[in-house]
Write a protein that binds this ligand. Structure first.
Ligand code: SF4
Length: 217
């Protein structure tokens, strides 16, 4: 799709997606905060782990380490113990290193610039975008596997163009961008799933190239 037609279809796509999100969004604890540290903890936990499992660990971890300073000052063995059961301990080690770096080099303030975020331990392009939009309400795309799949199906773009398309679709207002990025993820998690997309109930089906392709419904 050309940039122009993506932009034209983008307005209707955003409107429908946001309308759906208002009624269908799950109430998740990391959606009730804009605290960058809390957003970071959720993003690290959600890497390779399902939401239902993260829900068991998120609040207890934050009770134990309520601030980036508290985490930075913790012993490595204690952080590992708090992470026990979530698996992929490398994430806990990276989060711990990140907290120390934020305290040492950023006065305890998680950066809001995606380029600066990318320099922190364990932060890749997705997490940098997620913190920029979910903590700082910036119109910055956060492309995880769910978002990638939705964008690719709806706009039938090549893998190399997905991030650019997701950025092109960003609403101008930061608050709306926050909802839009959450909505994209939610659609990928609940409706546009990898194996069995629920196209007949999808709010953007009439705009979706994949669904409109002959033979797909
Ligand atoms: S119509 Fe189907 S393939 Fe298209 S976005 Fe919706 S669920 Fe995904």
């Amino acid at each position: 799709m050309s940039k122009q037609s993506t932009l034209e279809r983008g307005a209707a796509f955003r409107r429908r997606l946001l309308g759906w999100y208002r009624t269908a969004a799950r109430d998740l604890p990391w959606r009730r905060t804009r605290d960058p540290y809390r957003v970071l903890v959720s993003e690290f936990m959600l890497q390779q782990t399902q939401v239902s499992r993260v829900l068991d660990y998120y609040d207890p971890f934050l009770r134990r380490y309520p601030t980036v300073e508290a985490l930075a000052g913790a012993r490595r063995s204690a952080v590992r113990e708090a992470w026990e059961g979530l698996g992929y301990y490398r994430r806990a080690a990276n989060l711990h290193r990140l907290a120390k770096e934020v305290v040492r080099h950023h006065d305890g303030v998680v950066p809001d610039d995606p380029a600066e975020l990318l320099r922190l331990p364990g932060v890749g392009p997705y997490t940098a975008g997620a913190v920029a939009t979910f903590a700082y309400e910036q119109p910055v795309a956060a492309v995880d596997t769910n978002v990638h799949r939705v964008i690719q199906r709806v706009f039938s773009c090549q893998t190399a163009k997905v991030a650019e398309t997701a950025q092109l679709l960003q609403p101008k207002r930061g608050k709306t961008a926050w909802s839009f990025n959450q909505a994209l993820m939610e659609l990928g998690a609940l409706v546009c799933t990898a194996r069995a997309p629920r196209c007949p109930t999808c709010p953007v089906s009439s705009l979706c190239n994949w669904y409109l392709k002959p033979g797909n419904h």
